[in-house]
Design a protein around this ligand. Sequence first.
Ligand SMILES: NC(=O)CC(=O)C(=O)O
Length: 289
Amino acid sequence: MNNLKVAIIQIQTGPDKSSNLLKTAELFASIEKSRVSLVLLPEMFQCPYNLESFSIFAEDIPTGETSLFLSNLAREYGTFLVGGSIPEKKGNRYYNTSIVYNPCGEIIGIYRKTHLFDVDFENLHFQESAVLNPGNTPLLIDTPWGKIGILICYDLRFPELIRLYALRGAFMVAVPAAFNPITGPLHWEVLFRARAIDNQVYLLGASPAPYPNAFYQAYGHSLIVDPMGRVLEQLGNEEAIIIKDIDLSLVDLTRQRLPLLKHRRLDLYAINPDEKLGNSLKDQKGEAI
Ligand SMILES: NC(=O)CC(=O)C(=O)O
């Protein structure tokens, strides 16, 4: 069980949910049944990434159309499926939620984006928290190959959560995401590579392909990064699928050769709850550092 074949689907998410689901199924069809063990879809793969659409496209999990659609795909293709993310309606709250299925089509985990994307750039003002609520629960799923952690997009910028996954035994982290033309070119690949290097895990990122004239242009560039930080494959802006065999022995080998996780100085990093933290460049005695 040293190799794992994974697939990452990059679709152009448009304004029509049924076409988005149809396109997902069409791209899935290029996967040979029972030959891929894990498939990853992008963030908001059935819904345009804008605040107005979230409540309109939102569904119940597990009874909604998209949950059932994903369950059928996982069963038909005999694969674990990290179902990107969808807007979820739960009571009167909305979440950005990833549903994970086993090859029998059963839900084995639900992850709700924990860090909401609230940013204020000159050409991009986005406030997920105006509509969505944050999740509060990390998710590691068990597979025959080991544990896989799930994050959604902006979560990748918070190294603590992925470190938690690595310390709890993850060999891989799967990230449905949708960066944009402002943050994508500068941060996308760097963040995926940095998190893979720091935690010595495989990182998979799935983004939508950009959709012409959409309010939010996704960056595309879905990718796979290995535990040494090598980009094994990366798409451009096109609708496409990556199918790749990955070598799982590289996780242990990297950790043996470069035992970062063992070299941590926990005696130095603990933060006393009374300690004053902040942006000041002064130490505790008021001296500049
Ligand atoms: N869309 C996101 O959640 C995050 C993003 O685009 C970024 O961090 O940049």
